[in-house]
Design a protein around this ligand. Structure first.
Ligand code: HEM
Length: 408
């Protein structure tokens, strides 16, 4: 893949982040001031937002960053087909937006047919990920030594496969029109949550280690971390549906996985001089994720706080503050853009994320504290505006800068 192509895919990922972020702003402002006539289906809008973030922003950026670094570890050029795979992944990711906007995972009438557009496009996206995995296996087959970054990508892709089985389960429920609330929740969280903590979490650690170089000495977990992360998606299932024994399996695995993640965090922190500026904010996000894992062991906490606004708070700490901020920082280091031109954009992103996350926490706690939610809803809306403007600004800065990323 040429330098120009890598630049194109990283930019496309930022474009997806921008579009999905503005959709988030629309939802946040809509919650306070009401929704326009053309945006009345909130559930479908939420699916359009989350799937474009997952498929078009994080997954596309991770694929591009992995392809960018992989030849350094294999000593070979990338396999033929990478260009086609990336074009398909990007096209399907962007197609997911109108497909989910129409009706989410429900059926949409087109002529005389009623089609599950969201499920169909999710399946096509999944096929392009399998194509990536096949090419990755070919590119890394027979490596005498698998460096830390490659091991992390190996397990990240294994969990991506496992998460995709959840998507297949969801599609089968839609196709058979089965009314199975527990299975619906199980498959949904196997897909969305394992995708986030497994695929995003491990692949991101891989690109971070690839950026700073391997630790000088000492062992860092890869397989054990992947194994412990696997059952944690059960924590996303509603407390009214999940049996108590399964909760404890998931909560204990989650706490142990948090401990192993902290080992990575500490070692990365020691190399902070080589990490991008935004990593401070991302590190704070990871710290909150680890603290939540410990809190969930406290009796009753999960039961009382797992649903509703606290889940939205947790998801955005994980996906916006930790994963997206670290990715954004890594992207910035790959472009020859002066720190000065990014300074205001980064400050806006940082302020927006902190205000939005703080407001989501306030929203989650307000009912418990008997407080009105309007103030927090307003703060979340205006904070989200900072994030969306920051992402748009970054896209413009990168679009105008020459690319230096090179793939062999
Ligand atoms: C500007 C930044 C963002 C804004 C304004 C935003 C806004 C929102 C809103 C308003 C919701 C629905 C909340 C509710 O139902 O009460 C939501 C849900 C969600 N968002 Fe975001 N978000 C942002 C960033 C992200 C990022 C970066 C990701 C992932 C990489 C993400 C993934 C999700 C997910 C998975 C859900 C839940 C979807 C579901 O349950 O169906 N968001 N977001």
């Amino acid at each position: 893949m040429t330098e120009r192509l890598v630049r194109r895919y990283l930019l496309l990922a930022v474009a997806a982040l921008t579009l999905a972020a503005w959709t988030g702003v629309l939802m946040r402002l809509g919650m306070v001031y009401g929704f326009p006539a053309w945006a009345q289906n909130f559930g479908a809008m939420r699916h359009a937002h989350s799937h474009l973030m997952y498929f078009g922003w994080v997954t596309l950026a991770l694929f591009a960053l992995i392809w960018a670094d992989l030849p350094r570890y294999t000593g070979r050029s990338l396999p033929r087909g990478v260009g086609v795979q990336m074009a398909l992944t990007a096209s399907m990711a962007f197609l997911s937006f109108p497909a989910f906007w129409a009706n989410g995972y429900g059926l949409t009438t087109i002529g005389s047919a009623r089609l599950p557009l969201g499920s169909m496009v999710a399946t096509f996206n999944g096929l392009t990920w399998f194509y990536f995995i096949a090419l990755y296996v070919r590119a890394t087959r027979g490596l005498a030594v698998r460096p830390l970054a490659v091991q992390l990508w190996d397990w990240a892709l294994a969990l991506l496969l496992l998460a995709s089985l959840g998507a297949a389960g969801l599609v089968s429920l839609v196709v058979t029109r089965a009314e199975q609330p527990f299975l619906q929740q199980l498959f949904l969280h196997q897909f969305l949550d394992l995708f986030a903590v497994g695929w995003f979490g491990l692949a991101l650690l891989g690109v971070l280690w690839s950026h700073v170089g391997p630790p000088a000495h000492g062992w860092l977990p890869t397989f054990s971390l992947a194994l412990l992360l696997t059952p944690t998606f059960l924590l996303g299932v509603s407390p009214t549906l999940l049996p108590g024994a399964l909760f404890w399996v998931a909560a204990l695995a989650n706490a142990a996985a948090a401990f192993l993640l902290a080992l990575h965090g500490v070692q990365l922190w020691r190399r902070r001089a080589a990490l991008p500026a935004l990593v401070w904010l991302a590190g704070a996000g990871l710290g909150v994720v680890l603290a939540v894992a410990a809190l969930l062991l406290w009796p009753g906490v999960w039961h009382d706080y797992a649903g509703g606004q606290m889940r939205i708070f947790y998801l955005h700490v994980l996906l916006l503050m930790w994963v997206s901020t670290a990715l954004l920082g890594l992207l910035e280091t790959r472009w020859p853009v002066g720190r000065q031109s990014l300074r205001w954009m980064n400050l806006l992103w940082l302020a927006g994320v902190l205000v939005m996350i703080g407001a989501l926490l306030g929203l989650g706690l307000a009912p418990q504290l008997g407080q009105p939610q309007l103030f927090w809803l307003l703060a979340a809306a205006w904070g989200s505006l900072g994030v969306a403007i920051g992402a748009t600004w970054l896209g413009v800065v990168l679009l105008r800068a020459p690319a230096t990323v090179s793939l062999q």
